[in-house]
Design a protein. Structure first.
Length: 321
């Protein structure tokens, strides 16, 4: 892609507002709204347009106050690009003062509502816009900032046959195929039913709405079932909680009873141990007494008669039983 600089060949006066390059935020695409013949001299055309803009009364005060051609770049029907005005100059091109101060103006030759752009123009425009959006870090304009003139102010510019290309270029980040757009030499066949696409789209949307409605109903039923299940689970949980509290109380009571019984058993064990000790003491005393009596008997028996001895032994035996 080559760009021809013709700034010094066009009538000009330095009256346009100057701005810093880094304030350029937008790129605006135009057509010159003049039907281009099959063969013409682009430079001669641009000189005439510059002369017209130069002598135009832009302020409405009855005086010619134009600074020159009000486009920074022009693209002819063969796709050649011409550099026409300094980028640091704000030109009156899109009907919006702020946008004028912040934008570049690119104009394609031809009346692009009455005639089609050429394929060469579309190819050059795509390549040029892509370069401006990606290779010029000195100003922030990007793919999202490319607009047709009619998108900024009330006008037909840049023509019905170019505006969709410009909008798609912006919305698709420059990823457009020039062959998808009508250009000079292409046969445009209007659809037999201009509403067919819309009708098909409506039918698709209606089917999608019906599908979504069914899904919504099914989801609502599931939600209702889930809510009922949650309610039942909550009721059961509440009941189980009450039962748990009851059993916990009974368990605590049982523990208290068990503690009391253990204390009673301990007391009984202490009493039994004390009784066993007492029995042992008594057994010892009995043994001691028995030994004493037996010794006493042995001492006394030698002094008794046979009959006394027999009587004493019998008494002892009886008492022992």
């Amino acid at each position: 892609m080559t760009i021809t600089d013709i700034r010094n060949q066009l009538i000009y006066r330095d009256t346009a507002p100057h701005r810093a390059i880094n304030t350029i935020k937008f790129i605006v695409v135009h057509h010159d709204a003049v039907e281009a013949p099959a063969d013409y001299d682009p430079l001669a055309l641009y000189k005439r347009e510059a002369d017209h803009h130069y002598h135009k009364d832009w302020d409405g005060d009855g005086k010619a106050d134009g600074s020159g051609l009000m486009y920074h770049y022009k693209i002819d029907r063969k796709g050649n690009i011409y550099f026409c005005r300094n980028l640091d100059e704000a030109l009156w091109h899109c009907g919006n003062y702020t946008k004028n101060l912040q934008s570049l103006a690119i104009c394609l030759d031809g009346h692009l509502t009455n005639q089609l752009p050429t394929k060469a123009q579309l190819l050059s425009l795509k390549e040029f816009l892509t370069g401006l959006c990606t290779q010029h870090p000195e100003f922030p304009a990007d793919f999202d900032d490319v607009f047709g003139h009619r998108e900024i102010s009330a006008t037909n510019c840049p023509g019905d046959n170019l505006i969709k290309f410009v909008q798609d270029f912006r919305n698709k980040g420059g990823q457009v195929n020039v062959d998808d757009y009508p250009s000079e030499g292409a046969i445009i066949t209007p659809p037999s039913d201009p509403c067919a696409d819309l009708r098909t789209k409506c039918e698709e949307l209606e089917k999608e709405n019906q599908r979504l409605a069914k899904e919504l109903k099914a989801s609502q039923e599931v939600q209702q079932q889930t809510a009922a299940s949650l309610s039942e689970i909550s009721s059961q949980l509440s009941q189980r909680t009450k039962e748990l509290e009851k059993w916990q109380k009974e368990l605590a009571s049982c523990k208290d009873e068990a503690a009391k019984k253990e204390e009673t058993i301990a007391n009984l064990e202490r009493r039994i141990s004390s009784r066993d000790n007492r029995i042992a003491e008594l057994e010892k005393e009995r043994t001691d007494y028995r030994g004493y009596y037996e010794k006493a008997l042995e001492r006394d028996i030698t002094k008794m008669s046979y009959g006394q001895i027999l009587t004493t032994v019998l008494k002892r035996l009886i008492n022992k039983k």
